[in-house]
Design a protein around this ligand. Structure first.
Ligand code: FMN
Length: 387
């Protein structure tokens, strides 16, 4: 395993390895986006359009990648974004990812729709944990989750606001992907070829939403899946519900899924302590701006009152630095940690974070700005065609 991971030198390498390891049904679930996947693609391509402007002959012999986030000093300005059902790609799922994040000195944000529970993850984590929440249809579910996250020591609550309905993910529809997943006859042969994946799964418990054991009609995967499908999406949710949540949760409240100045200000009015500029990795509204294109207007509207973070399309250390230059205090990655998990469990996630740390470190040297926290707007320019 270590040998294979040593040959991985970029997040693209990692994605390729993950694709080889996973059945199509699963890799499409992870990699796919909504509708025509235009927003998904722009999350990456818009980063490429931002040029980094180097300063020469600056002493860069000592670099500093650390950032302070809600009173915690993180070793790395890259956290793991909330992504559900991680045990679909690796037997240990979120447990392995939380351990890897802790070892790298960064944040692991657990999804509500996780395949390991709030308490199970808290037990193995050594670094800061955030808990991601949706405004569930029934307030009692929200209250229960918030109480459990607080009791288990989660430091921040990350409220996702971009799922009034679930985006139309064509790849999943085509593949017959369901929650809980069932390998149908068309995909069975493909799945049977992924020996490592099958072996891995054979040793684990049934993959399900473990935060809801005891809440649904039954604890089998189908009942829990039906419960989540019914309860998670709450098209009636409004900013008033956010204000209500604010009263419930005493720690930092981060609102994820902000793409406009208007929503940034609404979140501020509700008492948010931080924002994540995000389009859910292009999995919700196709046609929404890329995360990095939306970042400057949100940063401007907030005017430094609360920190602004970003996720979506971060695939290299250069992207992390570009986001910082445009005002993101730190970034989060979603798919990359799933690729790491698929490629090599905890070691694969660690390798992904190690690659990004190394790349950020190198870019800081190359642009003549050795302190990540001090990278500002003057480090980037807009891409222009040369005529
Ligand atoms: C497989 C998968 C599952 C996800 N599940 C959730 C979730 O449960 N809650 C949530 O707020 N965001 C979820 N997201 C979105 C991520 O938190 C994040 O916004 C997105 O992945 C960032 O884009 P990136 O994958 O390009 O890094 C999920 C993303 C993926 C790829």
């Amino acid at each position: 395993m270590k040998k294979t991971l040593d040959r991985i030198h970029s997040l693209e390498d990692l994605q390729r390895l993950a694709r080889r390891r996973l059945p199509r049904l699963v890799s499409d679930f992870v990699d796919g986006g909504a509708d025509r996947e235009v927003t998904l693609a722009s999350n990456m391509s818009d980063f490429d359009r931002i040029v980094l402007l180097p300063r020469a002959l600056v002493d860069v012999s000592r670099r500093d990648l650390t950032v302070e986030v809600f009173g915690r000093r993180l070793a790395l300005p890259v956290g793991l974004a909330p992504a559900g059902l991680a045990r679909l790609v690796d037997r240990e799922g979120e447990l392995a990812a939380a351990r890897a994040a802790g070892k790298a000195g960064t944040v692991f944000c657990l999804s509500t729709a996780s395949s390991c529970s709030i308490e199970e993850v808290a037990e193995v984590a050594s670094g800061p944990l955030w808990f991601q929440l949706y405004l569930w249809r029934h307030h009692e579910v929200v209250e229960d989750l918030v109480r459990r996250a607080a009791a288990a020591g989660y430091e921040a609550l990350c409220l996702t606001v971009d799922v009034p309905v679930v985006g139309k993910r064509r790849r999943d529809l085509r593949n017959g992907m369901t929650i809980p997943p069932r390998v149908r006859s068309a995909g069975a042969l493909d799945a049977a070829r992924r020996v490592r994946w099958l072996w891995n799964l054979a040793w684990g418990d049934r993959i399900t939403f473990r935060n809801f054991l005891g809440l649904a009609d039954g604890d089998d995967a189908t009942s829990l899946g039906a419960f989540v499908n019914r309860e998670l999406v709450n098209p009636a949710a409004t900013w008033e519900d956010v204000a209500r949540l604010r009263a419930l949760w005493k720690g930092p409240l981060v609102v994820k899924g902000i793409l406009t100045a208007t929503d940034a200000l609404a979140a501020l009015r509700c008492g948010a302590d931080g924002l994540v500029v995000s389009n859910h990795g292009g999995r919700q509204l196709d046609g929404a701006p890329s995360a990095v294109a939306a970042l400057p207007s949100v940063v401007e509207a907030v005017g430094g009152r609360i920190p602004v973070y970003l996720d979506g399309g971060v695939r290299s250390g250069a992207d992390v630095v570009r986001a910082k230059a445009l005002g993101a205090g730190m970034v989060f990655v979603g798919r990359p940690w799933f690729w790491g998990l698929a490629a090599g469990g905890e070691a694969g996630v660690s390798r992904m974070l190690e690659i990004l740390a190394d790349e950020v470190d190198r870019v800081l040297s190359l642009i003549g700005r050795p302190v990540f926290a001090e990278v500002g707007r003057d480090a980037v320019g807009a891409y222009q065609t040369v005529v």
